[in-house]
Write a new protein. Structure first.
Length: 142
C-alpha cells in the first residue's frame, strides 16, 4: 500500500478571470524519496539463528565470569595491601627506660633494626629517635 496525499493547485483560466482548482494526487513516497516504508503487523518476519543466540549467551556468560574473577583479584590485592590479614599497623606505648630501637626489635622482628626504627619514626611523625615513657608510637605493618 502506497501512501498518497492531495495537493491543490490554483491556475487561472484564460479569459474568465476565475480561479479553477485542479486536484492532483501526489504519490507521497515519490515526493519524499528519503523515507522508507517499514513493514508492520503480519508482514514482519523474525528470523533467528539459534546457534548464534547460544554463542552470544555463552560469550556473555564468559565475559561476566571473567569480570567477577578480575574484580575479586583486585579486591583481594587491596585487602592484602591494607593489612587486613592481621598485620595491620598498631599503636604501642613506650615503657620507662625503653628505646625506639628496642621497640623496633620487639614489634618488627623480620625487618632490619635501622629500617624498622626509620619506619616507626616516619609513621609516628617523630623528629628523631628519642622517645619518652608514656609516649605512643605507631608500628607500621611489615
Amino acid at each position: 500500500m502506497v501512501a498518497s496525499s492531495t495537493a491543490v493547485r490554483r491556475e487561472p483560466v484564460l479569459g474568465s478571470g476565475v480561479d479553477v482548482r485542479r486536484v492532483a494526487r501526489v504519490d507521497a513516497a515519490a515526493s519524499r524519496s528519503h523515507l522508507h516504508l517499514v513493514p508492520t503487523g503480519g508482514a514482519v518476519q523474525v528470523v533467528t539463528n539459534s546457534q548464534s543466540v547460544r554463542f552470544a549467551r555463552r560469550r556473555f556468560t564468559a565475559v561476566c565470569v571473567a569480570l567477577v574473577v578480575v574484580a575479586g583479584a583486585i579486591l583481594a590485592g587491596r585487602a592484602m595491601a591494607s593489612g587486613v590479614d592481621g598485620t595491620q599497623r598498631h599503636e604501642v606505648t613506650v615503657r620507662a627506660g625503653e628505646t625506639l630501637s628496642q621497640i623496633a626489635a620487639r614489634e618488627m622482628p623480620g625487618v632490619r633494626n635501622d629500617q624498622a626504627v626509620a619506619a616507626i619514626e616516619h609513621e609516628s611523625n617523630l623528629g628523631s629517635s628519642q622517645v619518652q615513657a608514656g609516649q605512643k608510637v605507631i608500628i607500621p605493618a611489615p
